[in-house]
Design a protein around this ligand. Structure first.
Ligand code: IMO
Ligand code: MG
Length: 432
């Protein structure tokens, strides 16, 4: 049975964790393929809130295997803390599998992430300072250290020494910092190696075997399409590929095995960190959405910037991901507004622009052209089916489907697992 990819259609924080967890109840395996603990995925089940950053949300189901794929950058300290946290909450983590090819986030990556942000000053990216960018830099510079390397103490020591020599030059000569000690880092990471060893495997083999055996496999995206290093609002992006193409690279599964790409979006837009945001609201409407939607970063606690849905972005996300379906989250948060808006194009000096531009200077000059929709006052948090929704909500969802050119498979009317309205059975769709 071909697999389902869940991707963010906006700037991250679209509710991929909730959607992945919802779909994981029938999955045999949930796989993360990119990013690292910059992600913050919240799952609310029976009033209990689980927050995961690196472990796939499928871990909450005893029958589901969770895989951290080769494309993920792994901070072993954070991963082990998360395993401990989940165990303390009574979650069985024994079915977690970690790719031997995943790259490690090292202490100098975290340090350099912060130093680089500070050096950029006003031009900072607003990263999560988790070392994600520097870890991918080293991966591409062919200096990275992988999980398989960590399992080989002698080789690992040499790699740490080689890296520390280079990083200490940078830390001391460029940033005026104290040097790091290779032996301290080596000792620290050897401690992690022993604890991680039972989880390590060739995950491409495992995921492909699962798909070939007819298991239901779900890929849980992190970040969002507009944060993609190639397709996002560069340079205000993350350093990986959150789009559907990143799934195959980050898992070692061919594109022919993915039949269904679910784009997750909120009924509005949020962005945490710097960078362009054409439909951003700087008024009481935006503030109200932030409060009602509890729009504060799961990873960093930062207040998120809020705006309307940007249809230009949504069409673009549909194209670069090949979306087959969408999931619309946080619809309940919009209740009580007189008018709800969707940007359907941009205006540039009187010209109508339909395609998302490459250059941020152009983007900054574009004014969203909005379509207005009547709001709704009814609380929809107990809606069980699409037909329970007020006509104004239905009209709004239908326009989002039109813009995306994809049917809504799931709607979300609250944070709880149960506040999810299934419309399409994605596993049936995948079963072709
Ligand atoms: P989830 O999976 C929202 C943003 C950061 C910053 C930019 C680069 O919860 O949707 P990085 O630390 O990745 O180098 O930061 O990307 N960012 C996210 N924004 N949700 C996320 O993940 C994000 N992960 C990174 O705020 O703007
Ligand atoms: Mg998040």
């Amino acid at each position: 049975m071909p697999a389902i990819a869940v991707v963010g259609a906006q700037f991250g924080d679209e509710g991929k964790g909730k959607v992945s967890h919802y779909l994981a109840q029938r999955a045999h395996m949930v796989v993360r393929t990119q990013g690292g603990n910059n992600a913050g995925h919240t799952v609310v089940v029976g009033g209990r809130i689980f927050r995961v950053h690196i472990v796939p949300s499928g871990v909450l189901y005893p029958n589901c295997r969770s895989v951290i794929g080769n494309g993920v950058v792994v901070d072993p300290a954070v991963l082990l803390q998360e395993i401990d946290y989940l165990r303390s909450e009574g979650v069985d983590t024994s079915r977690l599998i970690l790719s031997d090819r995943a790259h490690l986030i090292m202490p100098y990556h975290r340090l350099l992430d912060g130093l680089d942000e500070d050096r950029r000053g006003l031009r900072r990216i607003g990263t999560t300072r988790r070392g994600i960018g520097p870890a991918y830099m080293d991966k591409n510079a062919r200096l990275g250290i992988r999980v398989a390397d960590l399992m080989d103490p002698e080789g690992f020591r040499e790699q740490v020494e080689e890296n520390i020599a280079i990083k200490n030059d940078l830390l001391q000569k460029v940033y005026g910092q104290e040097p790091l000690s290779a032996s301290e880092i080596y000792e620290e990471y050897m401690g992690y190696a022993d604890r991680l060893r039972p989880f390590v495997a060739d995950t491409s083999r495992i995921v492909n075997d699962a798909i070939d055996a007819g298991e239901r496999v779900l890929f849980e995206g992190a970040q969002g399409s507009l944060l993609d290093v190639d397709h996002g609002t560069y340079p205000y992006v993350t350093s990986s590929h959150p789009i559907a193409g990143g799934v195959t690279i980050g898992s070692g599964v061919g594109p022919t095995k993915i039949s269904t790409v679910l784009g997750v979006l909120k009924a509005y837009t949020s962005r945490v960190g710097d960078g362009p945001f054409p439909t951003e609201l700087h008024d009481a409407v935006g503030d109200g959405i932030r409060e009602r939607g509890k729009e504060y970063g799961t990873t960093t606690g930062r207040p998120r910037r809020i705006g309307w849905v940007d249809g230009v972005m949504l069409r673009y996300a549909a194209r670069i991901n090949g979306l087959t379906h969408i999931a619309v989250n946080s619809i309940d948060v919009l209740a009580g507004l007189d008018t709800v808006k969707i940007a359907v194009a941009y205006d540039l000096d009187g010209r109508r622009i339909e395609d998302f531009p490459a250059h941020l200077r152009d983007l900054a000059r574009m004014k969203p052209i909005y379509e207005d929709f009547p709001g709704w006052d009814e609380s929809i948090t107990t809606a069980q089916s699409r037909t329970d929704l007020p006509p104004a909500v239905e009209r709004y969802i239908r326009r989002l489907e039109e813009i995306a050119g994809a049917k809504a498979a799931l709607l979300s009317v609250g944070r709880e697992h149960g506040q999810t309205i299934p419309i399409e059975d994605l596993y049936e769709h995948a079963n072709v």
